[in-house]
Design a protein around this ligand. Sequence first.
Ligand SMILES: [Fe+2]
Ligand SMILES: [Fe+2]
Length: 323
Amino acid sequence: MTASASAARRVAYQLETLWDFDYEPTHDELETLYETAKKNQWNGSVAIDWSRPVGTEGPVLNTQVAFGGTNFFTRLTPEEQKEIEVRVSAWRLSQFLHGEQGALVVCGQLVNSIPELDAKLYASTQVVDEGRHVEVFEKYVKKLHKIYPVDPLLKSILDEILATNLWELKLVGMQMLVEGLAIAAFNLMRKQTADPTLATLLDYVMQDEGRHVNFGYFALRRAIPEMDAGKREHLEDFCFKACDVLYARDERTGFQSIKNVWTEMGWDADKIWRDTVANSPTTKHFNSFLFNDNLMPRLGRLGLISDRIAPKYREIGLLAKPE
Ligand SMILES: [Fe+2]
Ligand SMILES: [Fe+2]
C-alpha cells in the first residue's frame, strides 16, 4: 500500500464520551423506535437467497430506464449495454458499501458521544444494522463484479462527520444527509432492478434505513433548539456545503468517480458526465427525490434553513425564489 493510500484509511479525531447516570427516558418516540429495531432484526445470510446467480432472472439494472434520455446510450450495442449494466451497478453498489461502512463507524462514535442513554441504546441497534448492511452489500457486489474505490466526495463527507467532536453534527451529517442520500439511491436502484436477490436485499436494508432517519430526526428536533447560535450556524453551514456539492448539476458537483466506468470502457468520461447530468432520468429522479421530497423539507422542519442561509440555497436552485 502506498503512503497516501494508507493515510486515506486513517482519520484522527478527539471524541468526548458521555456517561448517563440518570437512567431517565428522554422521549417516547425513541422507546418505540428501539422496540421496532429489536423486533425487526434480520439475518443477512439467511433472509436473502444467495443461491441464485446474480443478474440471470432479470437485469441488475434496467439501463433503458437509467440512461434512456442520454445521447451516448442510444448509440451502444447490446453487448456494450450489458457491460454498462454490470459495471454501473457494481460502481453504485460499491458506493453503497463504502457508505455503509461509514455509517457503521460513525454510529459507533454516536454510542459514545450522544448524551442520553436511551439514544445510546437506539444507536447500539443501528451499529448492528449497519454491520449487516456492510455484510450484504459486500457479498452482492463481489458476486456481481468487483468493488470500485470509494468516491472522493463521499469519502470527504464521511471523514468530516467522523472527525468532528460535535455529536450534533455527526447526527445531522450521518442520520440526515448520508442516510437521506442512501435512501434516495436505494429507492432508485430498487425501481431500476429486476434481479430478485438485489430487490430483496434493498427491501430489507431500506426498512432499517427508514428507522435511522427517524432516529436522527427525533434526536435533532430535541437537540437543535438547545444549541447556542454559533454551533447552530456551524450545522447550517455544514448542511449547505454538503448539499451544494452533492446536488449534481455541473462539472464540479456530484459523484464524479462514475467516470472510472466510462474510462474503463474507453469512452470520453467528461463528455458522458455532461450528457448524463443534463439528460439522464436517473440524475433527475435522484436530485428531486433527495432534495425536494426529503432533505430540504426535513432540514426546514429542523430549523436548519435559517433566513441567513436560505439565499444560498436559492442561488443554487434548491429553494424556490420568493415571489
Ligand atoms: Fe445502512
Ligand atoms: Fe443507516
